[in-house]
Design a protein around this ligand. Structure first.
Ligand code: ADP
Ligand code: ADP
Length: 236
């Protein structure tokens, strides 16, 4: 079952065609790695999936992008609602200058959740899922920016998980981190993938082969190869 299906997706920055007709499916509860050289269109494609490219000047997108069978670019789409269903994690950890608790509660409060006990429960569950609970449980009122880069990134992941998205987009989420922190995030993604659907842009081939179920290889704005990671990497 595919959560997201894209067909013949083309994206133009002005007149420059950055995506040349991408057909890619994201199966439920699987991790799909997007790999390829710098400038090949991986981030551009990822940003189509939560309509973040709508916020970039002079962008034109054509083709079909469906979430649970419905086109996300049709006029009726509620983009705020879409971004709750399609969460995003960036390369640089970007916690707000608030406490750990308020960071993770952010999306819940934005959505109008008022019940304190429910918010508390969600915050705890999300921090556990993001494998950072043990490190922050006694410091929930401390500023998120006072933690290490790896901890900040896991707090940011908890902030995304708290709103219970269906799909999580990750744009090189570990490339600014040391190998130990990166490994923690890899292990965590393997632990949570049965509850979500994950698309991850990575330059790290070892990471792609270790954690992804499927790999999509981009080159010059084209999808040149995609399929089960085991087949593409021929892991012995
Ligand atoms: P990747 O993520 O694989 O490194 P990108 O999606 O960032 O690739 O870039 C794909 C192409 O689109 C590149 O040629 C890049 O220069 C161009 N590009 C990316 N963002 C913009 C933008 N905001 N305006 C114009 N061109 C862009
Ligand atoms: P239906 O086709 O089931 O009648 P509607 O088109 O009336 O659904 O959409 C119901 C609500 O869900 C609208 O607010 C719409 O913006 C939102 N919606 C529909 N499809 C999507 C989608 N793929 N992503 C985000 N929001 C969506």
């Amino acid at each position: 079952e595919n959560v997201i299906t894209t067909r013949n997706v083309r994206l133009y920055y002005g007149k420059h065609e950055a995506l040349h007709g991408i057909d890619l499916d994201f199966p439920k509860q699987e991790i799909t790695a997007l790999i390829g050289p710098s400038g090949s269109g991986k981030s551009t494609f990822l940003r189509c999936l939560n309509r973040m490219n709508d916020l970039v000047a002079d962008v034109t997108i054509t083709g079909s992008l469906k979430l649970d069978g419905k086109d996300i670019y049709r006029p009726q789409t509620d983009v705020v609602e879409l971004r709750k269903r399609v969460g995003m994690v960036f390369q640089q950890p970007n916690p707000f200058p608030f406490s750990v608790f308020d960071n993770v509660a952010f999306g819940l409060r934005l959505a109008g959740m008022k019940d304190r006990a429910t918010i508390k429960q969600r915050v705890e569950t999300s921090l556990k899922q993001a494998a950072v609970w043990d490190e922050v449980k006694d410091k929930l009122t401390e500023n998120a920016l006072s933690f290490s880069g790896g901890q900040q990134q896991r707090i940011c992941i908890a902030r995304v998980l708290a709103v219970q998205p269906e799909i999580i987009l990750m744009d090189e989420p570990t490339s600014a981190l040391d190998p130990v922190s990166a490994g923690k995030i890899e292990d965590m993604l393997l632990d949570i993938k049965d509850k979500f659907t994950i698309a991850i842009v990575t330059h790290n081939m070892q990471q792609a082969s270790r954690i992804s179920d499927r790999t999509a290889f981009f080159l010059d704005g084209k999808l040149v190869e995609s399929g089960p990671t085991k087949q593409l990497f021929l892991t012995p």
